[in-house]
Ligand binder design. Structure first.
Ligand SMILES: Cc1cc2nc3c(=O)[nH]c(=O)nc-3n(C[C@H](O)[C@H](O)[C@H](O)COP(=O)(O)O)c2cc1C
Length: 195
């Protein structure tokens, strides 16, 4: 039986969203829960930084990650040419920092505790769960965003941070709830067959 002939169950009630309506499309994309990261770089000696939920792992060999940056970001030109960048994966305690680095205007950096990177020339955000230091590997058109791919040169886990990640879902910050009894996964299952 071809895939096309497979009977399809009548779906439950649903809303058809207007994908040409930016608000509705944004809401639809927001149903994909993500973590939150602050990406940082140095451009002509100036620090640039932005909050992103588009951070993603891409490849294990070579080790690659990606994020996308809006073409209307104030620092867009700097992101187009940054040779290296840092990624700080935020913890639940860092929602305020996330909001601060999501504001185009105003000073993002005053009073922010930073760490030096080991392999690149960019500041990292103290207190994060995990840090990646990357060199630019590729830049690709992503419509009104630019997709940046970085090759990971170093990854450091924060041993002292509360390991709870900041989560972004439905346009709001969330915390992960601990698994309930019946949902508890064994150590084996936790990595979902290698993932
Ligand atoms: C939770 C969250 C996630 C975001 N994710 C992205 C993203 O993936 N890409 C992006 O370009 N902007 C994203 N933004 C918006 C940027 O952080 C914001 O536009 C930032 O100020 C850009 O910096 P700049 O304009 O100073 O260069 C996000 C904002 C929030 C609050």
């Amino acid at each position: 039986m071809s895939a096309l002939a497979t009977p399809v169950r009548q779906s439950d009630a649903f809303d058809e969203l207007a994908i040409d309506d930016a608000r509705q499309l944004r809401n639809a994309f927001g149903s994909f829960a993500t973590g939150v990261a602050i990406v940082t770089a140095l451009s002509a000696g100036e620090r640039i930084g932005a909050t992103v939920s588009s951070f993603n792992s891409v490849s294990l060999a070579p080790p690659l990650v990606s994020f996308s940056i809006a073409r209307n970001a104030k620092a867009f030109q700097a992101w187009e040419s940054a040779p290296t960048f840092g990624v700080s994966i935020l913890s639940t305690a860092q929602a305020d920092l996330s909001t601060r680095f999501a504001r185009s205007l105003g000073d993002k950096w005053t009073g922010v505790s930073l760490l030096p990177a080991s392999r690149i020339d960019a500041p990292l955000v103290d207190g994060a769960l995990m840090w990646f230091e990357c060199e630019a590997y590729g830049r690709h058109d992503g419509g009104d965003h630019l997709i940046l791919i970085g090759r990971v040169l170093a990854a450091r886990r924060n041993c002292s941070a509360n390991p709870a990640p900041l989560v972004f879902f439905g346009g709001a910050y969330r915390h992960l709830a601990p698994p309930r009894g019946s949902e508890f996964l064994t150590q084996d299952a936790m990595w979902l067959h290698g993932w």
